[in-house]
Write a protein that binds this ligand. Sequence first.
Ligand SMILES: C[S@@+](CC[C@H](N)C(=O)[O-])C[C@H]1O[C@@H](n2cnc3c(N)ncnc32)[C@H](O)[C@@H]1O
Length: 188
Amino acid sequence: MNLEAPLTFSHTLLKPVISSGDTVVDATVGNGHDTIFLASLVGKTGHVLGFDIQQQALDTTTHQLVLTGLHPQTSLILAGHEQLDNYLTTGQEISAATFNLGYLPGSDKSVTTTSRTTLPAIQACLAHLRRGGIVSVMVYYGHPAGKIEKKAVLDYVSTLDQHRFQVLKYQFINQVHEPPFLLAIQRR
Ligand SMILES: C[S@@+](CC[C@H](N)C(=O)[O-])C[C@H]1O[C@@H](n2cnc3c(N)ncnc32)[C@H](O)[C@@H]1O
């Protein structure tokens, strides 16, 4: 048995908390790998809300969703994840949300997530998270904006009330080149 890579481990943690019929959020659609994963778990009666600010990301992911037959339970939204509250009703619960920070691989590296919008978006997800639900955040900090974002996100999640949320950091600490790490926030 090998220890799982952080990205794989995020799916291992999310899988048991997502049931058929749930509403979940992919806060950074990108090439759609997480969207596909979430859409297969919520099934035809569930709903994935996927956000990205780049049309290219939504086009690529729409193509994959159509090919896999997971399109009906997915809404892809060309907007920043910080606008989540405009797409959920007051009191509406989600069982999970996933963030994959940084830039779209193979695309313009200057278009990255930033703490200015990442923090309000995590906060909005937590406000809708049901008991036992998980928000996962993959933090990539090899690029300059990523270093600022990493600090802001760590500072924020470290202050969450331990009676309401458990916060896990999963990271290989002996690897070169600033490898990404996972944060998982579970509502108690
Ligand atoms: C690392 S990629 C996501 C990878 C994706 N999860 C996948 O499976 O391929 C980060 C994405 O976040 C998007 N992004 C940047 N700022 C955003 C924001 N405020 N709201 C939503 N998406 C944003 C970028 O356009 C980029 O596609």
